[in-house]
Design a protein around this ligand. Structure first.
Ligand code: NAD
Length: 399
């Protein structure tokens, strides 16, 4: 019998939904590169319902309890007296989502002497100290591809929202105004602009494909160059360095994981290499950008706009400067937790757990760390190390 601690975000302030705006979800056959969707033996939830909040329990309770396991679900994750901290000592598995991450620091991993598996219900396992997980031979797995397209759609929305000045224009309507000049004074077309992505993995490539019909010039940089066929099909310009990419782009979108190579990559030095009046969209991880350098660049006009849904730490403290800086289009971390995505990552977590308890291998593409080293997607997209430093600040949100 195993104890599983599952950290999920809170239910809606109005309570767990009794109904939904739409009847169901479209049926997808496979992911764009041919990878199959999650293949658990079965699921005990209805796709299209809220699974990522505490009452949704990722649809796992019936399955786990029927096998004699103990499931603890909580949103109380930060600070040394949190439910997460109190339940860790005998937990075998910890599950959390990047939207409301259980920061699995070296100190927490040291306290959890029975811990063998850390699962990310989503994509991006930077909230776990991967170095500490390697040292303790803990497997780290995530549900690769489950919300990559959800994020790509959000990126396109945010690029258009910033460049066309959507949010301030919407606010004039709500305020009862008809202030055309106020709205138009910061509004442009993206047609003809140069748009570049830092990383062209599952999300970055999907963003490039979605932007192609807008008649923009598409650029990218990545550690792994795309095939010549894809570069030709999309008319891509490849840059061997992020510096050369940002120097020519009107819009930059960040789509790489957070790991030692990318932590604070967008600092004052790199931002100064960007074009004056560029837009920056970051749905990858908050810590890839230097918090204060972003706010300063918006205040000076160096950046014309910044949008994204990722912060550090999460939840972001009430006084985080990205809540109040000018010309931003921030959302809380939501792009990868649409009801559509939740059905996929809940099924993916179930698949991972079924494999784990049956002692069958977890799919290689789901692995980040295994047998003491980076594995699968972890080996392809991360470098060894720890990006959780400073995560204890998340406890400030509640105060
Ligand atoms: P992926 O593994 O398919 O792609 C990652 C790409 O980043 C790879 O092509 C890799 O080569 C590249 N890369 C890594 N380090 C780099 C570096 N230093 N410079 C340039 N390229 C580098 O992953 P994905 O599905 O595209 O997701 C990417 C990231 O997006 C995740 O790790 C996560 O942090 C973030 N994400 C955010 C959300 C959200 O809800 N906002 C959801 C899913 C993923």
């Amino acid at each position: 019998m195993a104890k599983i601690v599952c950290v999920l975000y809170d239910d809606p302030v109005t309570g767990y939904p009794k109904s939904y705006p739409r009847g169901g979800l479209p049926l997808l056959q496979k992911y764009p590169d041919g990878q199959s969707l999650p293949t658990p033996e079965r699921v005990d939830f209805e796709p299209g319902t809220l699974l990522g909040s505490v009452s949704g329990e990722l649809g796992l309770r019936k399955f786990l309890e029927s096998q004699g396991h103990k499931l603890v679900v909580t949103s109380d994750k930060d600070g040394s007296n949190s439910v997460l901290d109190r339940e860790l000592s005998d937990a075998e598995i910890v599950i959390s989502q990047p939207f409301w991450p259980a920061y699995m620091t070296k100190e927490r991993i040291a306290k959890a002497s029975n811990l063998k598996l850390i699962v990310t219900a989503g994509i991006g396992s930077d909230h776990t100290d991967l170095k500490a997980a390697m040292e303790k031979n803990i497997t780290v797995a995530e549900v690769t591809y489950c919300n990559s397209i959800s994020v790509a759609e959000h990126v396109v929305m945010m690029i258009l929202g910033l460049v066309r000045n959507y949010i301030p224009s919407y606010q004039w309507v709500v305020k009862g105004g008809w202030n055309i000049a106020d709205c138009a004074a910061r509004s442009y077309d993206i047609e003809g602009m140069t748009v570049g992505t830092v990383a062209a993995g599952r999300i970055g490539l999907a963003v490039l494909r979605r932007l192609k019909p807008f008649d923009v010039k598409l650029h990218y940089t990545d550690k792994h160059r795309l095939s010549a066929e894809v570069e030709k099909e999309l008319g891509l310009t490849y840059h061997p360095s992020v510096e050369s990419l940002v120097a020519c782009c009107d819009v930059v979108t960040i789509n790489c994981p957070l790991h030692p190579e990318t932590e604070h990559l967008f600092n004052e030095t790199l931002i100064n290499k960007m074009k004056y009046g560029a837009y920056l969209v970051n749905t990858a991880r908050g810590k890839i950008c230097d918090r204060d350098a972003i706010a300063k660049a918006l205040e000076s006009g160096k950046l014309a706009g910044y949008a994204g849904d990722v912060w550090f730490p999460q939840p972001a403290p009430k006084d985080h400067p990205w809540r109040t800086m000018p010309h931003h289009g921030m959302t809380p971390h939501i792009s990868g937790t649409t009801l559509s995505a939740q059905a996929r990552y809940a099924a993916g977590v179930r698949e991972i757990l079924e494999c784990w308890f049956a002692k069958k291998p977890i799919r290689n593409e789901y692995l980040i760390v295994d047998k003491g080293k980076l594995a699968g997607t972890g080996k392809h997209s991360y470098t060894e190390g720890n990006a959780t430093k400073g995560s204890e600040e998340a406890a400030k949100f509640s105060t």
